[in-house]
Design a protein around this ligand. Sequence first.
Ligand code: NDP
Length: 322
Amino acid sequence: MQAIIVDHVGGPEVMQLAERPMPTPPGPGEVLVRNHFSGVNYIDTYFRSGLYPAQLPATLGNEASGIVSDIGPDVTEVQVGDHVAYLASQDAYAQYAKTKASRVAKLDTELPLDTAAAVLLQGLTAHTLVTRAHAVSPGDWVLVHAGAGGTGRLLIQLCRHFGATVITTVSSEEKAQIARAAGAHHTIIYTEESVPDAVHMIVPEGVHAVFDGVGKATFEGSLQSLRVEGSMVSFGNSSGAVPPVHLFELSQKNLKLLRPRLYGYLITDEDHRRHVSEVFRLLKEKVIDIHIFNSYDLADAARAHSDLEGRKTTGKLLLRLF
Ligand code: NDP
């Protein structure tokens, strides 16, 4: 099969397309999936660059959709031929991968394989953040950074659905239009304006919660944008890792600070099943929708990473595997 191989950390050029042996047959509780699409997520760039430690050589890729091609003993959840999507463990940039049967999401005919791969990881991230990190409720004011991005668009749609007024940041007017189309009430071009100044012009008390996946460049401004007892949800580092925080900074406004990781909200199969079925329901009811920026050939995975890190993209990037 064809797969991406990274044998040393670095820029996108370290991702090489290679012929690899097929995975071994699925064992008890496992399924083999013929992947059709793999979602490209910002986290993949961290494992490639070395920001997060990866076991090398690595394939990369944390989600995929495809067709079950083999099942191990005792598997009852799915059958050969079923369409599925699943969260992967650094092995989804490949034509085949094995995963746990208890963690695959079976797709019905309403959910195409490209949409399923596009919504899974970012949809679960956005859903767990707005229901568990800070439970968004009617009347909330929220600030969502990078609102035209994959996770940002979904956060805007979900915050609005749960009754919040949404302020979002983007780097260009073109991206502001995409964020407004997703439902943002106010947009700030954070490459040109001070975020806390702009936020306080819109809502003088500040926001109830900030969902910040940008990290280093926005962290301080996010704290300044919060109202008393606000929640700072720092969930990513697209501009670099957030430097160590002085706890005393939180005491000025009795702020809450969270640094959640998606997998920490999906520890049990029941948590996983519940959030996946909610995300799929919200998609079918058109509360959230998917904007696919591009589906790249597997051979162009490096270009997908450089487009994502170059801030050229909006919405979701996919790799096409067949
Ligand atoms: P996005 O589609 O949001 O792409 C990243 C965006 O970040 C860019 O488009 C850009 O938007 C913005 N950005 C701001 N500063 C920079 C910079 N210096 N370099 C590059 N981009 C920058 O990616 P994802 O939706 O995949 O991920 C968004 C964030 O969510 C990431 O930090 C990711 O790690 C995090 N995440 C965390 C999870 C968790 O479990 N904690 C799970 C999933 C995602 P603009 O041009 O508008 O500034």
